[in-house]
Design a protein around this ligand. Structure first.
Ligand code: ADP
Length: 272
C-alpha cells in the first residue's frame, strides 16, 4: 500500500468536544471498566448501529486521542505497525496507526477487523494479553503499551463466512459487547438530536425502519440501519419530500432488485 492510501485510512483525532452518543444499555460503564483495567474491547453489531460513534464518544470522555483504521482485505501487519520509507536518499521509519496509538497512549479502533489479513493477529496477540507489548520486528523495538492505550475492534457478525471469522484464540483476548439497532424510543431521540427533526416524523421513520427490519433475510440482505434513518431525517429536515427522502436513503442503498424496491416504496407510502 502506498503512503497516500495508508494516510487516507488513518484518522487520528484529538477529540475536544464530546460527540453525541445515546447509551442503549450498560455499554458506557463496560467501556470505562475495560479502559481503566487495560482490557481490549470487541464490539459486534450490524452496520450503522452506533459502534463508531460510541467509540468516538468514549475516547473523548476518556480524553484520549482516537486512531481509527478501516480494515480491508489487503491490510497487513506492516500497515498497522509501520514501515521504512525511502525519501531524499534516506530510509526513515514511519509508524503505522497501531504503533502511533501505542506511543501516544491513545485508543486504537480497528473497524471491521475480520477483513484484515490473518498476519495482523501476530501483532494483536501480544498487545491483547497481559504483556501488552508491540514488537516491531523491522526496527527491533518492543514497545510496552502505556496504561492509557486501549485496543477496540469491531465487526459485523452478519457479514461473516467461514473464511472470514475471528479465530477463538483471538476472540478470547477481548471482552465483548453486542450492539444492535436502538429500541424505538431511543432511536427516535437519536434522530431528533442528530437532525433536529420533529418527533412525529422521527416516530414515523422509526416505525418504517421496523417494517423494513422484518424483511431482513427475506427480501433484504441488510436491515435499514440507524445511519440510513439519520440520512432520511436529514433530507426531510432540509425540506426534501419525505417519500423521495425515504426512497433515496432507505430503498436504493438497501436493494438493487426492482420488485423489492417497488414493494418497499409501497411500505413507505403507507407509513409516511
Ligand atoms: P457503525 O460504526 O455501527 O457502522 P455509526 O457509529 O457510524 O455505525 O452510526 C451511524 C450513525 O447513526 C451515526 O453517525 C449517528 O448519527 C447514528 N447513531 C447510531 N446509534 C447512535 C447512538 N446510540 N447515539 C447517537 N447516534 C447514533
Amino acid at each position: 500500500m502506498n503512503d497516500l492510501t495508508s494516510h487516507q485510512l488513518l484518522n487520528v483525532r484529538e477529540v475536544k468536544q464530546l460527540p453525541f452518543y445515546q447509551p442503549v444499555g450498560n455499554e458506557c460503564a463496560l467501556f470505562e471498566y475495560a479502559y481503566h483495567h487495560q482490557l481490549p474491547l470487541l464490539i459486534k453489531g450490524p452496520t450503522g448501529c452506533g459502534k463508531t460513534r460510541f467509540v468516538a464518544h468514549m475516547a473523548a470522555k476518556m480524553a484520549r486521542p482516537l486512531i481509527t483504521v478501516a480494515c480491508h482485505d489487503d491490510l497487513t501487519a506492516a500497515d498497522l505497525v509501520g514501515r521504512h520509507l525511502i525519501g531524499d536518499g534516506q530510509t526513515i521509519w514511519s509508524d503505522g496507526p497501531l504503533t502511533r496509538a501505542v506511543r501516544l497512549g491513545g485508543i486504537c479502533y480497528l473497524d471491521e477487523v475480520v477483513e484484515a489479513r490473518k498476519d495482523t493477529t501476530v501483532v494483536l496477540h501480544p498487545l491483547t494479553d497481559d504483556r501488552r507489548i508491540l514488537p516491531i520486528e523491522r526496527t527491533g523495538e518492543e514497545l510496552q503499551a502505556p496504561q492509557e492505550f486501549m485496543l477496540v475492534v469491531s465487526y459485523n457478525p452478519g457479514y461473516q463466512n467461514l473464511l472470514k471469522n475471528l479465530k477463538p484464540s483471538t476472540r478470547q483476548r477481548f471482552i465483548a459487547i453486542q450492539f444492535d439497532y436502538p429500541p424505538a424510543a431511543l432511536e427516535q431521540d437519536i434522530l431528533i438530536k442528530e437532525t433536529g427533526i420533529d418527533s412525529a416524523t422521527a416516530q414515523r421513520l422509526v416505525k418504517l425502519a421496523g417494517h423494513f427490519r422484518q424483511l431482513k433475510n427475506h427480501d433484504l440482505e441488510e436491515a435499514a440501519s440507524t445511519r440510513l434513518l439519520v440520512y432520511a431525517a436529514t433530507l426531510i429536515k432540509a425540506g426534501c419530500d419525505p417519500l423521495l427522502a425515504c426512497q433515496a436513503a432507505m430503498v436504493e442503498p438497501l436493494t438493487d432488485d426492482l420488485d423489492t424496491a417497488a414493494a418497499l416504496r409501497e411500505v413507505i407510502k403507507a407509513s409516511m
